[in-house]
Ligand binder design. Structure first.
Ligand code: ATP
Length: 209
């Protein structure tokens, strides 16, 4: 591999455990950037993307303090594919630009490898930015139960969100590595530790223990 610090893309459906996995890697000293955080950054006040969104939809997508009203924007694009595409054309290139900068900094840095955590790794083309793709896999029933519990939505709502996402099989087909997160957090930590050893070896560095 040409670059010094391999980048591992981490993805999975809603409530599959991406953040939990990222925290487990972070405990082993691995840095990460979250595409969701970056997506929020590019629409902060003062950012050109927010100005474009406000110019298209007006005050109804802004809160009193000038910040984006995400719920209002979500309602507009939810049932309007054309609006969703427009919004993505405004935000995605900017998200990608920032991610590219962050990943370049990781590649110049001292970490043995680094993570890009992104729910839309495959859908957004961000998979091309990483060296390996790690899918966090859980059966849909587990996803639905964990979403309902965490987000305080009912099962039907959770089921609808899962159904709107990339099918589990398609995600798995694109994976280089898979974590099975149907079990408990101890099982998850063991899988993360095993992958950590492999990823350190990828970077040509000695294992963690
Ligand atoms: P999203 O994409 O929706 O932000 P995510 O993929 O980052 O979600 P997490 O937030 O890490 O998922 O996990 C979803 C929920 O499931 C959380 O409440 C988390 O505590 C719980 N969870 C994750 N892994 C496990 C596990 N192995 N056992 C039990 N609960 C878990």
């Amino acid at each position: 591999m040409a670059s010094k610090t391999p980048i591992i893309g981490v993805t999975g459906g809603i409530a599959s455990g991406k953040s939990t996995v990222a925290r487990a890697f972070a405990r082993l000293g691995i840095p990460w950037v979250d595409a969701d955080d970056t997506a929020r950054e590019v629409v902060e006040p003062g950012e050109p993307a927010l100005a474009e969104i406000a110019a298209r939809y007006g005050q109804r997508v802004l809160q009193a303090d000038g910040r984006l009203d995400r719920r209002a924007l979500r309602e507009i694009v939810f049932a309007a594919p054309e609006e969703r595409r427009w919004l993505e054309s405004v935000t995605h290139p900017r998200i990608r630009e920032r991610l590219v900068e962050r990943l370049a900094a990781f590649r110049r840095g001292e970490a043995p490898y680094a993570l890009l955590v992104s729910p839309l790794l495959f859908e957004s083309g961000q998979a091309a930015l990483v060296d390996r793709r790690l899918v966090i896999d859980v059966p849909e029933s587990v996803q639905i139960a964990r979403t309902a519990r965490r987000d305080d939505v009912d099962e039907a709502q959770a089921r609808a969100i899962v159904a709107a996402q990339m099918p589990r099989e398609e995600r798995l087909q694109r994976a280089d590595d898979v974590i099975d997160n149907a079990g408990d957090e101890a099982g998850l930590a063991e899988q993360v530790a095993a992958l950590d050893r492999r990823y350190r070896a990828l970077a040509g560095l000695p294992g963690s223990r």
